[in-house]
Design a protein around this ligand. Structure first.
Ligand code: T4K
Length: 412
């Protein structure tokens, strides 16, 4: 659209008192809802069974579906991915320090700290936004016992590079695969790499069970240990053989998860269509890059992430976010400000700690956009029209907003 056709664009923005609101807010992370009758039938089955938790038949069925779909030997369903990660850390006997990306959802770090393990943050690769093996090597010490890498944005990280590094330093390697159900690396589904990988089935993920997670592993001992730990360490009635917690998935969650898994292909098709539409519509917008899918990988496209180069786009990410939010386009700036700038880690840092310039740069530039089955093609067209218009009028918008909004939204 030409500048002349956009006359009045800035005044029309809700951020400046205009009335261009859509009828409904557009969310990042709106759950995909499977066939309602199927979900209600599953709830009915659980009620009829009078079996609601503790290794019920639907949890086992859920695990079997995941095992069959991904070809992995063991799926241990858990209440959420955060608990799953902590259980794997314990099953591997990790202690001391474990290396994690600074740029990830804070649960990656918390899952370790909750076990008394020190998460040692590490910078990411500039292009992929994934843990950089060279940076990992630089922070390995005699206290390091493992590497917990994340498949950020549901995109496989540098599994080969990290596996080689872990083997060379005799470190355990496992993966936070929270957003990555169905993704694959060089033709193999995630779930087969490292000692274990942990999925999330939270409401915001492509396949959801409301709350839920799963430990995937081809290792019989890790699976057996995880099964014990998720249920207080009970090996049998009245027989506790190890420390444990309560990380059980309920039957109701498993029922929802089974129905969601049955709809995966439909969700993937919608996400793929949405991603392509965003890519096409934003291709010629200066300074806006849609984070792509790397070669040799397949992903579920549940995260549509753009990177905004403020020099080329003429606008800062946080101003873009404020303007979109006013339009009820509720984009999110995951994973601002980086785990190293969140408590308790922020206060624990010393001047001698490493700095994470790439994490800081990327965390200040990325924006997650709405996708999933709640988002229509016309919604994407509207989001992209707005982004394009905001960039076109970047200088004017920035001048009108001033620095106040950016300062108010940061918490470094
Ligand atoms: N590792 C990684 C790399 C992760 O990304 C996550 C979770 C984990 C580990 C831990 O997995 P779990 O332990 O949760 O299984 C959300 C999710 O709560 C979190 O699961 C997810 N990552 C993270 C990236 O996003 P918040 O704090 O941003 O959630 P909230 O409440 O702001 O909701 C996100 C958006 O979803 C909003 O736009 C509203 C929308 N929403 C959310 C829910 C729950 C809905 O529309 N309906 C809903 O029911 O963390």
């Amino acid at each position: 659209m030409s500048t002349s056709r956009r006359a009045g664009f800035v005044n029309g923005l809700a951020a400046f008192g205009g009335t261009s609101h859509p009828q409904h807010p557009l969310y990042v992370g709106r759950p995909n809802i499977p066939n309602r009758d199927a979900v209600l039938a599953r709830v009915g089955t659980a009620l009829d069974n009078r079996w609601l938790s503790n290794d019920g038949p639907m949890v086992r069925e859920f695990e079997e579906v995941v095992e069959a779909r991904l070809g992995v030997r063991h799926c241990v369903a858990v209440a959420n991915a955060t608990l799953g990660l902590g259980i794997v850390a314990r099953a591997l006997g990790l202690h001391g320090e474990v290396v994690v990306p600074a740029f990830t959802f804070v649960a990656t770090a918390h899952s370790l700290a909750w076990q008394g393990i020190t998460p040692v943050f590490c910078d990411i690769d500039r292009d992929s936004h994934q843990l950089d093996p060279a940076a990992v090597e630089a922070v390995i010490t005699e206290r390091t016992t493992g590497i917990l890498a994340a498949h950020t944005w549901g995109r496989p990280c540098d599994i080969d590079g990290l596996s080689e590094l872990a083997a060379r330093h005799h470190l355990e390697l496992f993966f936070d695969a929270a957003p990555a159900y169905g993704a694959s690396y060089r033709g193999t589904y995630l779930g087969h790499f490292g000692r274990a990988e942990v999925l999330s089935f939270h409401a915001t993920k492509i396949v959801n069970s409301g709350e839920g997670g799963a430990i995937l592993t081809n290792d019989d001992e890790i699976a057996a240990s995880a099964r014990l730990m998720r249920t207080f360490g009970f090996a049998d009635t009245d027989l506790v053989t190890s420390i444990g917690t309560n990380a059980k998935m309920s039957e109701l969650a498993a029922g929802m998860g089974i129905c969601s898994l049955a709809s995966y292909d439909e969700y993937l098709a919608v996400n793929t269509r949405n991603f392509s539409r965003y890519c096409a519509a934003l291709a010629d917008v200066p300074g806006i890059t849609v984070v792509p899918c790397a070669p040799d990988t397949a992903i579920n496209f549940n995260n549509v992430v753009i990177e905004i180069d403020p020099r080329r786009a003429g606008i800062e990410r946080d101003i873009m976010l404020q303007v979109l939010t006013a339009e009820q386009i509720l984009a999110r700036r995951y994973f601002w400000p980086g785990c190293h700038r969140m408590e308790p880690y922020r206060s624990l840092r010393t001047p001698a700690d490493h700095h994470f310039p790439i994490t800081d740069l990327v965390a200040g530039r990325v924006l997650s956009l709405p996708t999933g089955t709640s988002i229509e093609p016309a919604d994407i067209d509207r989001v992209c029209e707005l982004i394009s218009g905001i960039v076109e009028h970047g200088e004017e918008i920035s001048a009108r907003v001033g620095n106040g909004i950016v300062a108010a939204s940061g918490n470094q």
